[in-house]
Design a protein around this ligand. Structure first.
Ligand code: PHE
Length: 347
C-alpha cells in the first residue's frame, strides 16, 4: 500500500540526476524535510530511502508537537560518484524547481550531503526552504540544534537508568563524527561524559584526540561496554546481528532510520536495551528551524523547545513502561493520536 500523499520522481533536466521528492503526510501542516544528496547503487534505492525518511519525518513532527508534515528529497548519485562542485548549482536548481512546482506543500532543509549554502541556492528559486545562512535571513546550520536535542534525550535516558540526568562520567559511545556527531561529542565532553568514538574517516581521530575520547573501529564500537551507544551516522546500523553484540544499556542517537528491521527492534526489547526512536532524538534541528522561521521564536525560546525533548523522551519511556510496550511503539501511538485528532478536527 502506498501511504504517501505524493511522490515526484524526475531526472533533473540540467543535472541529469535522478531526484525523488516524497511527501508522506500534510495532515498536521505543510510538509518539511531535508534534501539528501547521497550515493545509491540504483536510483530505486534512493526512492526507497526517500519513502522511509519522509514517513519518519511525519512521526518526527508529530511527536515533537510541531504543525508540519513529513517529506524528504533524495538526489541519488551513482555509487562512488562525488557531486561535481562546478555543477552543483544545476542540481540544486533542478531540486528547487521540483519543490516550487508543489507550491508550498513541501519545504526543504539540509540533510546528509547538503548544508545552508545549498539552501541559499535553492532559495534563489523558491521560498519553500529552511536553514538558509543567517546572513540571508534563514536559521542557518541545524546540526548544533540536533546535537543539543540529542543531549536532552540522553539526559532523560540517563535519569531513567540511574535516577539522575547528570552525564558526567557516563560512558557514551558515539558512532559518526559528521556535522551532528562532532557537535554532540563537544557538548558531551563539556558535560564530562566518558567518550568513545568512531568514524569511517580515519582523519577524524584528530577530534577524538582533541576531546580526550577513546577511538574504536566502527566494528569494535558496537560491542563497547558503555552506558549508551549513540548512532550519529547513516541509517540501518541496528541489524539483528549488531543487536546481539551490544553491551550497552541503551541506544539513543540522532541517526535517521537506525533499525534495520522490526526484528531488530524486538530483539532490543528482549535484550533489555532501551531504544529511543531516532526521530524523537533528532528533532532538535527541525524544532529550531520551524520555531524560528515559521513561529517567530527567538533563540532562547527555540532552545527551550529543543531542550523539551528531555521531557518528551521521559514521557515516552514512562508511557512505554505503563503500557508494557517498547518506546518505539509508544512514540508511534503518540504520533498517531495527534494525526488522527488533526484529521478529525478538519472533518
Ligand atoms: N535533516 C533535517 C531532519 O532530518 C531536515 C530539516 C532540517 C528539515 C531543518 C527542515 C528544517 O530533521
Amino acid at each position: 500500500m502506498l501511504d504517501h500523499e505524493q511522490v515526484l520522481i524526475r531526472r533533473g533536466p540540467r543535472s541529469g540526476l535522478p531526484m525523488i521528492l516524497a511527501v508522506h503526510s500534510t495532515a498536521l501542516g505543510p510538509a518539511a524535510g531535508g534534501l539528501r544528496l547521497w550515493n545509491y547503487p540504483d536510483w530505486r534505492d534512493g526512492l526507497a530511502d526517500a519513502l522511509r525518511l519522509s514517513a519518519a519525518m511525519t512521526l518526527k513532527f508529530a511527536v515533537a508537537g510541531l504543525d508540519s508534515g513529513g517529506g524528504k528529497t533524495v538526489v541519488a548519485l551513482p555509487q562512488g560518484a562525488r557531486p561535481d562542485p562546478a555543477r552543483r548549482r544545476d542540481l540544486l536548481y533542478d531540486v528547487a524547481d521540483m519543490i516550487d512546482s508543489l507550491g508550498g506543500v513541501y519545504a526543504a532543509g539540509p540533510d546528509v550531503g547538503t548544508g545552508p549554502a545549498d539552501m541559499a541556492v535553492i532559495g534563489e528559486v523558491t521560498a519553500h526552504v529552511f536553514c538558509r545562512p543567517e546572513s540571508l535571513g534563514g536559521s542557518g546550520d541545524s546540526s548544533p540544534h540536533t546535537a543539543r536535542g540529542t543531549v536532552a534525550a540522553l539526559r532523560a535516558v540517563t535519569r531513567r537508568l540511574y535516577g539522575d540526568g547528570d552525564l558526567k562520567g557516563r560512558r557514551m559511545a558515539v558512532i559518526g563524527l559528521g556535522h551532528v556527531g562532532e557537535h554532540l561529542c563537544r557538548l558531551l565532553a563539556a558535560e564530562g561524559a566518558d567518550l568513545t568514538v568512531t568514524d569511517i574517516d580515519p582523519a577524524k581521530t584528530r577530534i577524538a584526540a582533541e576531546l580526550g575520547a577513546a577511538w574504536r573501529s566502527p566494528e569494535e564500537i558496537i560491542s563497547a561496554e558503555v552506558d549508551v551507544l549513540v548512532p550519529a551516522a547513516l541509517g540501518g546500523v541496528l541489524t539483528t546481528g549488531v543487536v546481539r553484540d551490544l553491551r550497552c544499556r541503551a541506544v539513543v542517537g540522532p541517526a535517521n532510520n537506525q533499525l534495520d528491521t522490526d526484528e531488530a527492534g524486538e530483539l532490543l526489547r528482549e535484550r533489555g536495551v532501551i531504544w529511543v526512536p531516532d526521530y524523537v532524538v533528532s528533532a532538535g534541528g527541525v524544532i529550531n528551524a520551524i520555531t524560528t522561521e515559521l513561529y517567530d521564536f527567538d533563540a532562547g525560546q527555540a532552545l527551550a523547545r529543543v531542550n523539551a525533548i528531555e521531557r518528551t523522551v521521559a514521557d515516552l519511556l514512562e508511557a512505554a513502561e505503563a503500557l508494557g510496550v517498547t518506546p518505539a511503539r509508544a512514540a508511534q501511538e503518540t504520533a498517531r493520536r495527534r494525526i488522527r485528532a488533526a484529521m478529525a478536527s478538519r472533518g
